[in-house]
Design a protein around this ligand. Structure first.
Ligand SMILES: Nc1nc2c(c(=O)[nH]1)N[C@H]1C(S)=C(S)[C@@H](COP(=O)(O)O)O[C@H]1N2
Ligand SMILES: [Mo]
Length: 261
């Protein structure tokens, strides 16, 4: 077992970095509610509620969420690593999500990768395990308000794209988003490509040093520690590489699409 130690690297001090730090202090929810408060009052609320629905929420609030997203994407750096913890602090989270996963057999399971690459790629679990193996201990934060430090094992999402890019002229510039869909419960999420390629975003086949159980997403799940847990999709069936922003299970029900931490 190889272990990759990932401690946060010092961040260059520049006016931009300071601004980014400042931005971080304003939580996403803070910005959101600040926007809502500006509109203020009962009259504004009545006006808001009479606006047409857009992706499950009234459009002025949707605009506010999109504005938040653009601020966050601007200050997001693939070099800024999330905090890691000693392994002794890690424990198994309770399973959370829509419901039951489908029974899956390693011999039958395939990961499909489709999208702007034009072709379709399929991977077995053995193919994924042949990619660089990484262990990391990071915090899983659910929007419901709980978080658990978890020990994850898998391969960086970026290693999968590297594998696909080998021997073919794939221009990564075309890929701006990624959508993942579960073969188990039909859950699907969208990610901006910067977050998908973040070095701590992993395709995991082990949690707490043991193969994934079905309820935690056997045989392969995502862990995206720069995002709330909603994006860490379990039992991945298909990954789509996209140019336009894909739908997301909770975003079309009115939640924040970006869901950054
Ligand atoms: N396929 C699928 N993946 C999912 C979900 C889901 O409902 N279906 N829920 C997400 C949410 S909200 C959280 S917090 C994490 C929980 O991961 P865990 O069940 O391993 O604790 O899974 C995420 N991945
Ligand atoms: Mo969650």
């Amino acid at each position: 077992m190889s272990e990759v130690h990932r401690s946060p690297k010092p961040i260059e001090v520049s006016p931009a970095a300071d601004a980014a730090k400042e931005m971080r202090r304003l939580s996403r929810r803070g910005l959101f509610w600040a926007g809502a408060a500006l509109l203020g009052g009962e009259a504004a609320r009545r006006w808001l509620n009479s606006r047409r629905l857009e992706e499950g929420t009234v459009w002025p609030l949707r605009r506010a969420l999109e504005f938040n997203e653009s601020l966050w994407r601007d200050q997001f750096s693939t070099r800024r690593l999330v905090r890691t913890y000693p392994r002794r602090l890690a424990k198994m989270p309770r399973p959370n999500g829509l419901g039951w996963m489908q029974a899956a057999y390693e011999s039958e399971w395939r990961l499909r990768v489709t999208g702007v690459v034009g072709e379709e790629f399929t991977f077995t679990l053995a193919d994924i395990k042949a990619l660089p193996r990484v262990e990391q201990v990071t915090r899983l934060c659910c929007i419901e308000g709980w978080s658990v430090i978890v020990h994850w094992t898998g391969t960086p999402f970026s290693a999968l794209l590297d594998r696909i890019g080998e021997g073919m002229a794939m221009d990564r510039q075309f890929i701006r988003y990624v959508q993942l869909e579960s073969s188990g419960d039909g859950y699907f999420v969208g990610l901006d490509v910067e977050s998908a390629l973040h070095p701590q975003t992993l395709l995991c086949y082990e949690m707490m040093g043991k193969p994934l159980t079905l309820e935690h997403g056997y045989p392969l799940r995502l862990v995206a520690p720069t995002k709330y847990g909603v994006k860490s999709l379990k039992q991945i069936g298909e990954i789509r590489l996209m140019q336009t922003r894909p739908d997301d299970y909770w975003a079309i029900r009115g939640y924040d699409w970006y869901a950054g931490l």
